[in-house]
Ligand binder design. Sequence first.
Ligand code: GTP
Ligand code: MG
Length: 195
Amino acid sequence: MEVHNVELVMSAVAPAQYPTTGYPEIALVGRSNVGKSSLTNVLINRKSYARTSSQPGKTQTLNFYNVEDQLYFVDVPGYGYAKVSRSEREKWGKMIETYLSTRPQLKGVISLVDARHEPSDDDVSMYNWLHYYKIPILVVATKSDKVARGKWNKTESVVKKGLQLSDPDEFQLFSAQTKMGKDEVWNWIEKRIGE
Ligand code: GTP
Ligand code: MG
């Protein structure tokens, strides 16, 4: 998709605030600081539209980005941020569970993991949870620019094995820095929103 127009239409904490236009939605999940906002910026050809930072835990709300009046990207606050209190974490958990398990417009989830590491326990829980709800998943191993090219195959097998990735879920290596994987991620999104 050629993206020219993007607008952050809502930062929501509850269903009453979700957009009502009915466009299909693609959500981005992953641990804090993994690169969700950076991936969003690459997909929409912007340098810093979705806020990125070196300070983990910045994104605290469900941020709906209207893309070309055709779909929404939903930037979901990152999990696994240690400095967040237990009650905040529970609130976060409820908010995203509600969104992910009850939203008819949700056509797929891009689940980000760090290409440099084995999937964490939180990554595995998130994957299992999404898989259980039969939400189509694209696992994206991001920051691949930090992994030597000769190790990309190994990265793919480590991530797939760690998550026990199974059909019909898909995998893609990605880098916000080199834009590797951008077209493949878009192809997956277009397939999902066309269904
Ligand atoms: P939260 O909103 O806090 O959950 O974080 P996030 O998942 O949105 O991460 P964000 O996109 O803000 O990126 C976090 C840090 O990682 C930033 O310093 C980015 O520049 C860096 N980063 C993200 N993607 C990549 C990538 O593909 N390669 C490299 N080298 N750095 C990246
Ligand atoms: Mg973010």
